[in-house]
Design a protein around this ligand. Structure first.
Ligand SMILES: Nc1ncnc2c1ncn2[C@@H]1O[C@H](COP(=O)(O)OP(=O)(O)OP(=O)(O)O)[C@@H](O)[C@H]1O
Ligand SMILES: [Mg+2]
Length: 313
């Protein structure tokens, strides 16, 4: 049974169609990375799954329950981490968790032990008696995650848990997520950075402007997009990049061209590796002044976003 199933989900805000018929499914034990740039519709989708927002059309099921018809059942089995941390200035860390534990109707007698265990898991044991307002951003984020774990949910729905963290805190967050993975939780996690998720997600979905571009097994998708090479071409100053880009697009096996900089283009070339230099000769022949021509070093997420987009257009 799918733990999360979304069918043809549509959400409109006044004049924005934030979700234009989104489909995907997440199986038990999956770590599903939900990737997309700002405004893609990630938070909108997540809030629908968390029963906080009503879609205009389509269906969503979490743990087999329809989010519209049985929201209470959905809430019990999910741990939802929002993309913001509310203000809880006057609470101590343990009180904060106790508050949520009570909200989930965990018996008082069990709460202390559960809170201590959760604090230990999220590496916040030493902050048990600190004020929430005195925590650093990274600690607050971990506390927010701790709160989603308090009722031991099977499904975690996390909206950019690593957003705004420094590199060290990001790594700590990642370690924590790995630990949750090893506890066999199904995790649905959004981010605008794929590389951050790629080493522990087994599935990814890429959403852009309310449309799902790809969804599925990460290895299969990576294979699909990793053919060919990315070449970075720097032109002499004053080059008409638009013309250069058009010339390149007309060249065989060039699948996509992007502007990288004021004087640089990046090309996804799917021809043979030995023929790469022909692309350069072609440009020179056409009268373009090429300053540098080299394999582009890109992080995974870059390649992913661009190549996928190139494929769809
Ligand atoms: N309450 C709202 N009223 C009107 N438009 C909204 C509202 N919430 C979101 N939108 C719009 O819906 C679209 C999707 O927004 P959403 O917050 O789901 O994106 P996101 O992928 O989470 O982006 P980010 O990476 O910035 O968090 C955007 O165009 C946004 O402006
Ligand atoms: Mg968001």
């Amino acid at each position: 049974m799918a733990m999360i199933e979304v069918r043809n989900l549509v959400k409109r805000y006044k004049n924005v169609e934030a979700l234009k018929g989104v489909n995907f499914s997440v199986e038990e034990g999956d770590i599903y990375g939900f990737i997309g740039p700002n405004g893609a519709g990630k938070t909108t989708t997540i809030r629908i799954l968390a029963t906080l927002l009503i879609p205009n059309d389509g269906e969503a099921y979490v743990g087999g329950f329809n989010v519209l018809k049985e929201p209470d059942k959905v809430r019990k089995i999910i741990g939802y981490m929002p993309d913001y941390f509310g203000v809880y200035d006057d609470l101590l860390v343990w009180e904060y968790l106790d508050f949520f534990g009570a909200a989930y109707r965990i018996p008082r007698a069990d709460r202390a032990q559960i809170i201590d265990r959760t604090l230990e898991l999220t590496n916040l044991g030493v902050k048990r008696d600190s004020f929430v307002s005195e925590l650093s951003k990274g600690m607050k984020q971990r506390l927010c995650l701790a709160r989603t774990l308090i009722h031991d949910p099977d499904i975690l729905i996390l909206d950019e848990p690593a957003a705004g963290l420094d590199p060290r805190a990001r790594i700590e967050m990642r370690e924590l997520l790995k630990e949750l993975k090893s506890m066999n939780k199904t995790i649905f996690i959004s981010s605008h950075i794929l590389s951050e998720l790629s080493d522990f997600c087994n599935k990814v979905g890429i959403i852009e402007l309310g449309e799902m571009i790809v969804s599925g097994d990460i290895d299969a998708i990576l294979k699909q997009v990793s053919t060919g090479q990315l070449i970075l071409i720097e032109f002499a100053e004053g080059t008409d990049l638009k013309m250069a880009s058009e010339a390149l697009q007309a060249y065989p096996n060039v699948s996509t061209v992007w502007e990288r900089d004021v004087n640089a283009l990046e090309v996804h070339y799917e021809g043979g590796e030995d023929e790469t230099s022909d692309v350069m000769s072609y440009l020179l022949q056409k009268g373009f002044k090429v300053k540098a021509f080299k394999e582009a070093v890109n992080d995974l997420e870059d390649i992913f976003m661009k190549v996928t987009k190139g494929k769809v257009q």
